[in-house]
Design a protein around this ligand. Structure first.
Ligand SMILES: NC(=O)c1ccc[n+]([C@@H]2O[C@H](COP(=O)([O-])OP(=O)(O)OC[C@H]3O[C@@H](n4cnc5c(N)ncnc54)[C@H](OP(=O)(O)O)[C@@H]3O)[C@@H](O)[C@H]2O)c1
Length: 265
């Protein structure tokens, strides 16, 4: 199936490892010109080398922290066209998760920092990129969130709260900009084998006295397909949503979770 991504310019944030990396790699594999961002240059360079090896396309790197307003301004300036208009066709919003913990374990500073990391950064990045998409009459916005936004997880109160905000934002953007050929969708990962999941398993293991391996096993056992997801499985969906083939799919929130979300809709 030709996804028509050749020549499209895609920015993937939080793309040095895990879900963002797999997405950038899949987009490059489909012929997109990929720009990848994260905070650590060394990890980003390693990611770029892997993407170049698998796709034959060398990604552009932009080091920057999505929780820092000045960094967002710099990321947006560096993807602008020579005439100053935003030059991105496909924006995949991804980043690190906020600290895990229940309500009683989250000081107000964590709420403020998580707002900047998850919701404010999604808004600011979209604000900076959407005019160029309107001008070209084509654009794809994909926000990687979490199944916690669909079915809150008890010890992820910050993720539950701010990702729900991203879903409200995305749905509203989809309604407003559909007439300009722009789609906006959320993709919600369930338990997927990445560094972030190992960190979560370490926290839970410390709290319960179990080993990290046992905790990862217990995540997998909770999933109807009885295994953890693979980052490339989520990346396949994001790549499809970024394509021309998905032009009639907008304003949705799609889980990639092995069936763990038990809700009907
Ligand atoms: N894996 C799962 O099971 C799962 C389930 C539900 C939701 N999620 C969510 O999906 C997202 C991606 O998860 P993942 O598992 O792929 O995580 P990951 O393996 O930890 O990767 C996170 C990526 O984001 C980058 N990053 C982190 N903070 C950033 C920031 N402030 N600014 C820019 N880049 C940043 C990291 O690189 P640097 O550290 O170098 O910046 C890395 O490239 C997270 O928000 C996570 O909470 C994951």
């Amino acid at each position: 199936m030709d996804l028509g991504l050749s020549g499209k310019r895609a920015l993937v944030t939080g793309a040095s490892t895990g879900l963002g990396f797999a997405t950038a790699q899949a987009l490059a594999g489909e012929g997109a010109e990929v720009i990848i961002n994260s905070r650590n240059r060394e990890r980003l360079e390693l990611a770029a080398a892997r993407i170049e090896k698998s796709s034959g396309r060398k990604p552009t790197l932009i080091v920057g922290d999505l929780a820092v307003a000045d960094d967002i301004a710099r990321i947006l300036a560096s993807v602008a066209n020579a005439d100053g208009t935003p030059g991105i066709d496909i924006f995949v919003f991804n980043n690190g998760g906020p600290p895990a913990g229940t309500f009683d374990r989250q000081p107000i500073q964590n709420w403020e920092a998580s707002y900047r990391l998850i919701l404010s950064s999604a808004v600011e990045m979209t604000r900076g990129l959407i005019d160029g998409m309107v001008k070209r009459g084509w654009g794809r916005l994909v926000y990687i969130t979490s199944i916690a936004a669909l079915q809150p997880v008890d010890d992820l109160i910050l993720s539950n709260s701010f990702r729900a905000g991203v879903h409200g934002f995305c749905k509203t953007i989809s309604n407003t900009y559909a007439k300009h050929g722009i789609t906006a969708n959320c993709v919600c990962p369930g338990y997927t084998a990445t560094e972030r999941l190992t960190e979560l398993a370490e926290k839970r293991a410390t709290a319960s006295g179990a080993t990290v391996e046992a905790q990862l096993q217990s995540f997998a056992q909770a999933v109807p397909v009885r295994r953890l997801g693979r980052p490339e499985e989520l990346a396949s969906l994001v790549t499809f949503l970024a394509s021309n083939r998905a032009a009639f799919i907008t304003g949705t929130s799609i889980p990639v979770d092995g069936g763990i979300n038990r809700a009907l809709l």
